[in-house]
Each structure stands twice: as structure tokens, then as C-alpha cells.
Design a protein around this ligand. Structure first.
Ligand SMILES: [Zn+2]
Length: 111
């Protein structure tokens, strides 16, 4: 990955970080505790609880992605950025553009 590609990737990572942070704020709003006294009725309350666990799962994966993105941004100027953490081959630029947080090449990630 050359310098120019890295600059483009940096922009992209920054945008994704921004977006993930905005999403997390939205998700946090939706994972407020379900109040027992709300007048939704029993079935709606079950729905609300189910939604809550879906949202919490989404929240966890977003947070994990966000920390990976931040790590990628920190490491992008390192010489070994873009090398597969598993086999040491360089990760395709195309793959990094699509998934900037990837630390493995396509072959290792598919394993
Ligand atoms: Zn690899």
C-alpha cells in the first residue's frame, strides 16, 4: 500500500469511526432499560426485551469494530501496516479499503 493509498484509507477510517460513534449513540438510546410499569402490555414488553438484546449484541460488535478502526488508524503509518497478522503477506489494498480494520489477508481470514 503506497502513501497515496494510505491517505485515502485514513480518510475512510476517520469517516467510519465517526459513523460508528454516531451509531453507538443511537444504539445507547435504544438500550435503555425496559420499564416494568410501561403500558405496552405483556407481549410488547417481550418484544422490547428481545429488541434490547439484539441492540446489545449490535452494540458489542460496533464497539469491537470501533476499537479495531482506531487501532488501524494508529498503525497506518507503521511500516508493517497492511501486513497479515497471521502469514505476514501484504493484505490487498482493495480489501483494506473495504474493511480497514482487517488485520489478516483474505486467505487467512477465510480459514
Ligand atoms: Zn495471511
Amino acid at each position: 500500500m503506497d502513501q497515496k493509498e494510505k491517505e485515502i484509507l485514513k480518510e475512510k477510517i476517520l469517516k467510519e469511526i465517526e459513523k460508528s460513534e454516531a451509531d453507538l449513540i443511537e444504539i445507547a438510546k435504544m438500550t435503555q432499560p425496559v420499564k416494568p410499569e410501561n403500558s405496552l402490555g405483556r407481549i410488547s414488553r417481550m418484544d422490547a426485551i428481545n429488541n434490547k438484546s439484539v441492540m446489545e449484541a449490535a452494540q458489542r460488535s460496533k464497539k469491537a469494530k470501533l476499537s479495531k478502526l482506531k487501532m488501524a488508524l494508529q498503525n497506518i503509518d507503521n511500516e508493517d501496516f497492511g501486513l497479515c497478522a497471521n502469514c505476514g503477506n501484504s493484505i490487498q489494498a482493495k480489501r483494506l479499503m473495504f474493511l480497514p480494520e482487517s488485520t489478516k489477508c483474505v486467505r487467512c481470514a477465510a480459514r
